[in-house]
Design a protein around this ligand. Structure first.
Ligand SMILES: [Zn+2]
Length: 426
């Protein structure tokens, strides 16, 4: 590492991160988890890479699942060498090394790793882990539809999902919405009223943005649709008896209409709209559904909305760059990127610096189910960011001072401003 690189790395380490995207719970919920916490709990994304490496499908899940501990251990050790160098694998190694004190993962150290991973979480551990070691000031937590926020409004702030309002395909789905909102939903108008009630409730719970997760199920082509067309579909939905709910294609007019309703409410309440774009987390999905390009309908239709395109749409990052360059209402968010594909994240950051105004780039979201993973992801992100900035100083794009000012923006201040929190001092 050159002296310049060392200086930049130290400066980047000292800058707090605003973490735009997480899934982990507040500490109290985490510590009261009923499930067994062992080393497999911390695999998370690594499990996807292990499946991709060839783990037979009938094996079931490592975390949870029905395999004996001995069998899980045998299979994990067999596949680990194939996945230890991916971004996911590297983040797991950082957890093992820095948090659990195990530098080499293998047969000889497995039991120690498992023991230390199992006993790592203790009352009061979030603040030293997140604020001191990871240097993360705040994180936004995705809250699934109908669930408690599980945010402490100190480390974690809620970003609820409203997709259940966009996606009812059967009577059962509508009944579920009725139970969630304690209302009767007989018409499209009732559905919109129920949506208002959930917006109110979520806002009282500290909601700072809205999340749209629909790219896991369908394309992002949310067409302008009339209420009449949506109402017709809604009436068919409430008559659809299980086991034959209406298909995604059939219900598209209702979904599209309701997505516009959700966006309109977010605009009225001045809440950014976080949209999953690109690759999905699984071993079985249609990633073309995450193509950002069809979002043009929403982007043109709502100039005062603030659309955050999560994960920068990888592998369609160029589309997000083009949107963020052209439209003031689009913000590119690198959540997940530094572990999903660390080299891509560095190239992407180069492209973002070249293409997108510096006040819009959101440089980090941990995207983990546990705070320990976010610690590891933050470390990888800092490495990537400091390398890119060092390269750019050497190339003459900017001075060292300008590089550090840029780092403060992309690591903290842009996101903090977007979600209504304070800027870093100085
Ligand atoms: Zn996520």
């Amino acid at each position: 590492m050159s002296e310049l690189h060392q200086r930049i790395a130290a400066a980047v380490d000292a800058i707090p991160l605003f973490d735009t995207h997480e899934h982990f719970y507040d500490e109290k919920t985490r510590l009261s988890a009923k499930r067994e916490i062992d080393v497999f709990y911390f695999l998370h994304y690594v499990e996807c890479d292990i499946k991709s490496a060839g783990l037979p499908e009938e094996t079931g899940e490592f975390a949870g699942g029905t395999l004996s501990t001995e069998e899980k251990r045998r299979r994990f050790l067999k596949y680990w060498p194939f996945v230890e160098h991916t971004g996911y694998g590297r983040a797991f190694k950082i957890m093992a090394n820095d948090l659990f004190g195990v530098s080499e993962i293998g047969e000889a150290t497995y039991d120690l790793l498992n023991e230390r991973a199992s006993s790592f979480a203790k009352p009061g551990y979030y603040t030293p882990l997140l604020r001191e070691r990871a240097n993360i000031t705040r994180a936004l937590r995705i809250v699934w539809a109908g669930q408690d926020t599980l945010c402490d409004l100190d480390h974690l702030f809620p970003v609820p999902v409203f997709d259940n309002f966009a996606g009812p395909t059967s009577r059962a789905d509508v009944r579920k919405l009725e139970r969630e909102t304690d209302t009767r939903i007989h018409s499209l108008k009732d559905l919109e009223t129920a949506l208002d009630a959930v917006f109110d409730k979520r806002q009282n719970q500290g909601m700072v943005a809205v999340k749209c997760f629909l790219a896991y199920r369908r394309s992002l082509d949310f067409a302008h649709t009339s209420a009449a067309a949506a109402e017709t579909v809604f009436q068919r939905v409430v008559c659809a008896l299980p086991p034959s709910p209406l298909g995604a294609e059939e219900t598209k007019p209702l979904q599209d209409y309701m997505v516009h309703q959700i966006v309109q409410r977010a605009v009225e309440r001045k809440l950014p709209i976080n949209i999953h774009t690109g690759y999905q987390n699984s071993n079985d999905n249609v990633f073309a559904n995450g193509k950002p390009e069809p979002l043009i309908n929403l982007i043109l239709g709502y100039p005062t909305a603030r659309f955050v395109l999560l994960h920068c749409g990888w592998p369609y990052t160029d589309q997000v760059l083009a949107f963020a360059k052209m439209f003031p209402n689009v913000f590119p968010d690198m959540a997940w990127a530094h572990i999903l594909a660390p080299g891509m994240a560095r190239r992407l950051l180069h492209d973002l610096i070249d293409t997108v105004p510096a006040n819009k780039i959101l440089g980090f979201g941990g995207d983990y189910n546990f705070a320990e993973g976010s610690y590891a992801h933050a470390k990888l992100a800092r490495r990537g960011i400091s390398r890119v900035l060092t390269d750019r100083i050497e190339e003459g794009t900017f001075t060292e001072e300008q590089a550090i000012a840029l780092a403060k923006r992309i690591m903290h201040d842009n996101a903090s401003a977007l979600y209504g929190f304070p800027q870093l001092a100085g």
